[in-house]
Design a protein around this ligand. Structure first.
Ligand code: TXA
Ligand code: MG
Length: 323
């Protein structure tokens, strides 16, 4: 992959280089009007896995997908009339809409941590807009900081925080707003404020009528949201052997034998590849209505922690409320 230097000015050459790196599956940090984003091709599971590895998140949180505008978003998610109205008023800008994903969109399942919804936003910053247009792909981007650190509002902060974990940082000087976008979901047709941000509740209510708080909705915490997709089939973790009625989610070169069907997260034991495959393979195995899904042990290092977190949640008894 071509590297054009770590921090480069966000001029035409820099943006063209960033777009190429994104198309090749690399990571590019870029300014938006809110904070810097750590971008990757949202249709590429491996590129999205690299975001989680760089951020060092112990969990797979769903990410925001950045698009040019409503027309591009319509290929990826289903707009309700309420959502379309908000997008018409606030896009491009610091508003993120969580909407049901479409089948044909081709987005990575890892982008939304296996959920059936995707967060989309059309940023207003000229550098972000030019990068999206030049790359010609939807760009997944969380805030460009290590997990637990504050969001970055300058290219220098990104470089200090993420260093060589990012292929390129586009320096578009300090971001204007400095706080993240407002995240809105929808429940029974009305808007729910999932994260307060740069667009105020008052501004939203002037367009959408009453906006419900997260506490008033069933979607009460991001943690529970992440649990939304749970396989129907029981999961059996740390399997040391497998029964013929079972299907197997394997990891590494020493695959257990005897399962009805096996999918291997990574034959070479690569945790990034495993993260990239996790949600698609879980769904595929779940669809077979097997007795249970046996899961081979996954090491806890690097992305293994987030993979194990997700598997443990999926394996927990259904009647236990998981926060
Ligand atoms: O201003 C921003 O929003 C910045 C810039 C780079 O666009 N991005 C950002 O991304 O703050 P991140 O990953 O740090 O925060 C994404 C937020 C999280 O609160 C996450 O829970 C929520 O959006 N989110 C994403 N997808 C979701 C989904 N499918 N359902 C519910 N919440 C979702
Ligand atoms: Mg963040």
């Amino acid at each position: 992959m071509e590297r054009c230097g770590r921090v480069v000015p966000a001029d035409e050459t820099g943006i063209a280089c960033g777009a190429e790196i994104l198309r090749e599956g690399g990571l590019v940090a870029f300014p938006t009007e809110t904070v810097y984003g750590l971008g990757a091709d949202a249709t590429n599971d491996r590129a999205v896995a690299a975001i989680f590895a760089a951020k060092g998140r112990p969990r797979f949180n769903p990410l925001i997908v950045h698009v040019a505008g409503i027309a591009e978003a319509e290929c990826l998610v289903e707009f309700s009339s309420a959502a379309a109205e908000l997008a018409r008023v606030f896009w491009p800008g610091p508003l993120t809409l969580v909407l049901p994903r479409t089948q044909r969109g081709g987005l990575s399942l890892l982008v939304s941590a296996g959920l059936d919804t995707v967060a989309v936003r059309s940023p207003a910053h000229p550098v972000a807009r030019k990068l999206i247009a030049t790359a010609g792909i939807p760009i997944a981007a969380p805030s460009a900081n290590r997990s637990g650190h504050v969001s970055a509002t300058r290219a220098q902060h990104v470089a200090e925080d993420l260093g060589p974990l990012v292929n390129l940082v586009l320096d578009g000087s300090a971001t204007i707003l400095g706080i993240e976008s407002t995240v809105i979901g929808f429940e029974d047709g009305h808007a729910v404020l999932l994260r307060a941000g740069a667009v105020s509740r008052e501004e939203l209510e002037a367009i959408a009528g009453r906006v419900h708080s997260r506490a008033q909705s069933r979607i009460s915490s991001p943690g529970q949201l992440v649990n939304h997709y749970a396989p129907h089939t029981r999961l059996r973790l740390n399997a040391a052997q497998v029964a013929p009625e079972e299907v197997l989610l394997a990891f590494g070169p020493k695959e257990l034998s005897g399962a009805r069907l096996t999918r291997n997260l990574s034959r070479t034991g690569n945790l990034r590849e495993a993260a990239a495959n996790l949600f698609a393979m879980l769904r595929e195995l779940d669809a077979l209505n097997a007795e249970s899904i046996a899961v081979m042990p996954i090491p806890e290092d690097g992305l293994g922690e987030a993979i194990n977190d997700r598997l443990q949640r999926a394996a927990a008894p259904r009647d236990v409320l998981r926060a």
